[in-house]
Design a protein around this ligand. Structure first.
Ligand code: ASP
Length: 414
């Protein structure tokens, strides 16, 4: 399987970049005719969603059966969770630092009616979230795409395949899931070939929506500009300083080579604003580009796409602090630590879909006692921030795969 499918001799990331640019132009200048191209984006996203559940299932089961003993699974699980938690916490503190230094919300005239209506504060308690990892009905979990339950079931299923006594039955199961994974990767590769068209459609639609929304454009120039810059600067430092250092120091790997291998996946994360939709491409890039084994990537990436969201965690923290500043509420150290803790939980709980992080801010606002209407303050610029934080989310997952693969003694291409 080639690392990047080519079209007219161009590598995939160039194709995506061109599509991003052309989609932007189309959306801006021809926003009335956007419906003629938006279907391409929709069709592409449907294709990706179609493969996600069977891809994760076959990939995790075949990965786990290759792990061998339960000890390996325990070690890998602990490392992965530790990596995810530590980078998310680092990301939040980076955001906290920037928002305290730049103070984008201080003196901001609210100038908006404090009635955004009901913000959907759908909050499920933390223990309830943990309970829900175990599905009552696994087929329902497949049907609704409930990622954590699917991952949980796949791990259990793969693990108990290794406990089957009859060798013939065990081999048959292992071969079946290895084969199924192979087929799913081939289907994924086929869908990935259409990425430029999908990206063109998605970006044209997003830009057309924003072009009709003068509020967003004005907001960027006005008081929200400083808030955006704070989020973007902090994301930049996390993605280009902290995570590369992590890769260098812990994994002794080359972060820039890894970045190159991930180009297409990151551009896709940027265009789709969805870690879940990018998952098939991330798995492809991490395995074929960076050389991480399926054993590691099949475990770390689906889990990462669901619970490891550094970009979202950072954004949650900056946004909540910005809202507090804008309302003139001074948060002390204790309250800021509460923001840190709840931002972590909110990022773990956010789904890998567009705008999921925006809804989760209500969790922090409620915990700290800030007005829920504050979410209305940041709505206008959320879409562009969503694109950027999703890119960082996917980047961090992929760095995790590299770090864990290296510490497991794998020889990589980066
Ligand atoms: N869109 C993000 C993602 O899929 C989640 C968020 O809204 O922060 O990773």
């Amino acid at each position: 399987m080639s690392a990047t499918p080519r079209f007219l001799g161009l590598a995939l990331h160039w194709q995506i970049l061109i599509a991003l640019f052309l989609g932007g132009l189309f959306g801006y200048f021809a926003h009335e005719s956007v419906e003629y191209v938006a279907w391409m984006g929709k069709l592409f996203l449907r294709g990706l969603k179609m493969v996600i559940v069977p891809l994760i299932l076959s990939s995790i089961i075949s990965g786990i059966t290759n792990l061998g003993t339960g000890d390996n699974l325990g070690r890998l699980g602990t490392k992965t969770i530790l990596y995810y938690l530590s980078t998310s916490v680092l990301a939040i503190f980076t955001g906290l630092l920037f928002v305290n230094v730049i103070r984008p919300g201080v003196g901001a005239e609210l100038g908006f009616e404090q009635s955004v209506g009901e913000v959907d504060a759908t909050q499920v308690g933390f223990s309830e979230t943990l309970l829900r990892i175990v599905p009552e009905n696994v087929f329902k979990a497949f049907g609704t795409g409930d990622m954590l339950s699917i991952i949980f079931f796949a791990i259990i299923f793969g693990f108990f395949i290794t406990k089957v006594k009859d060798n013939k039955q065990q081999d048959a199961l292992i071969n079946f899931f290895n084969g199924a994974f192979d087929v799913m990767m081939k289907i994924t590769m086929f869908i990935i070939l259409f990425t430029p068209f999908g990206v063109f459609g998605i970006v044209a639609e997003v830009v057309a929506e924003q072009a009709g929304n003068n509020d967003a454009l004005l907001a960027v120039g006005g008081r929200l500009g400083k808030y955006m810059i704070t989020v973007l600067l902090a994301l930049f430092v996390h993605a280009f300083v902290i995570l590369p250092l992590y890769i260098r120091i812990v994994a002794k790997a080359n972060p820039w080579r890894h970045l190159q291998a991930m180009r297409s996946a990151l551009l896709m994360a940027f265009s789709t604003s969805s870690s879940s939709a990018t998952l098939p491409m991330s798995m492809h890039s991490v395995e074929n580009g960076s050389g991480v084994s399926n054993k590691i990537s099949s475990f770390t990436l689906p889990l990462g796409a669901t619970i490891n969201m550094d970009g979202t965690a950072l954004y949650e923290c900056v946004a909540a602090m910005f809202i507090a500043q804008a309302y003139g509420i001074n948060l002390g150290v204790g309250d800021q630590l509460l923001v840190v803790a709840t931002a972590l939980l909110a990022s773990i709980g956010a789904a890998g879909i567009p705008m999921a992080g925006l809804v989760m801010i209500t969790v922090i606002l409620t915990a700290v006692g800030l007005p829920l209407e504050g979410v209305g303050l940041i709505l206008a610029v959320d879409r562009i921030l969503d694109m950027c934080r999703t890119t960082v989310n996917v980047w961090s997952d992929s760095c995790g795969a590299v770090i864990i693969a290296k510490t497991e003694g794998e020889t990589l291409k980066v």
